[in-house]
Write a new protein. Structure first.
Length: 279
């Protein structure tokens, strides 16, 4: 079983490289030159390699959260939105709460964890009440998180003169210390490794892990239905004459969702006026 997983992972990696290379070739460029540029840009020097490790840290934490959800049979594909909201919360704390290190960055980390977890909780409230499919809800929450983050940053925390969505520099006490000052590599790597060890131990070495793993078999059939909903949401078409698995009808719960969106927009407008008075 383990060898099969390794072979499948290697096959997926090779297939992705081949397909990406063909796409590059279609644009008129040499795939080998592009791959070599990526390789040397990421691993060509010690500084670039350490920067890659630093940029990898949010992905490690997001992957851990997704791993726990998938192992428990929950089809959570909202990691993108959850990491955006968590990062936004950490930045807001770092800008508005001037605390010395280590309390500043500890509070920012906790705020990021809490905000990401709460954002992940929202789709489960709708799915738990059978208002929508969990996979569809998490996909839609990704878009909402991206737009919400961009709006708040550009409206209140945008760095003057920046063309992209970029905040001003947070307080010094809220920044994780760098292990090597000339790079972005910081002590967040220790936090990430600690979380990897804790999650692995929790899933495979404690009684808590067994009730998390058992629903995998039960959810195998349920995921097919959720994937069908996700494809319907993205207007997937499988060919001529394809019939829909479930015909969508506008019902009372849809009116509730529409009312929730209207309330959400009203809160955004109110949020705008409140922050303009505070900042």
């Amino acid at each position: 079983m383990k060898k099969t997983r390794i072979r499948l992972s290697l096959f997926s990696l090779v297939l992705a490289l081949v397909l990406f290379g063909l796409t590059i070739r279609l644009t008129g460029r040499d795939p080998l030159v592009v791959y070599w540029s990526i390789l040397t840009g990421s691993f060509g020097s010690t500084k670039s390699f350490l920067n890659v490790l630093a940029y990898m840290l949010p992905l490690i934490m997001t992957g851990l959260g997704a791993a726990v959800a998938f192992q428990s049979g929950v089809f959570n594909i909202g990691g993108e939105g959850q990491v955006l909201v968590g990062g936004l919360a950490s930045v807001i704390v770092g800008l508005t709460v001037p605390l010395p290190a280590p309390w500043g960055w500890l509070l920012a980390l906790l705020a990021g964890f809490a905000a990401g977890a709460l954002w992940a909780l929202l789709p489960t409230l709708f799915a738990g009440r059978n208002l929508t499919s969990l996979s569809v809800a998490t996909i839609m929450m990704n878009s909402i998180a991206a737009l919400l983050t961009e709006y708040i940053v550009k409206s209140y925390f945008q760095r003057p003169g920046a063309s992209n969505t970029e905040t001003v520099v947070v307080n010094e006490g809220s920044i994780l210390p760098r292990i090597f000052p000339s790079t972005q590599f910081n002590y967040g790597i220790l936090v990430a490794l600690f979380c990897v060890v804790v999650v692995t131990w929790m899933l495979y070495k404690t009684p808590f892990g067994f009730p998390v793993l058992i629903p995998l078999f039960i959810s195998a059939f349920r995921r097919a239905n959720e994937l069908a909903y996700a494809m319907e949401c993205r207007c997937y078409r499988g060919g001529d004459g394809r019939t829909k698995m479930k015909v969508m009808k506008f019902e009372a719960r849809d009116y509730i969702a529409l009312a929730a969106v209207i309330v959400f927009i009203a809160l955004l407008i109110s949020f705008n006026f409140i922050f303009k008075k505070v900042i």
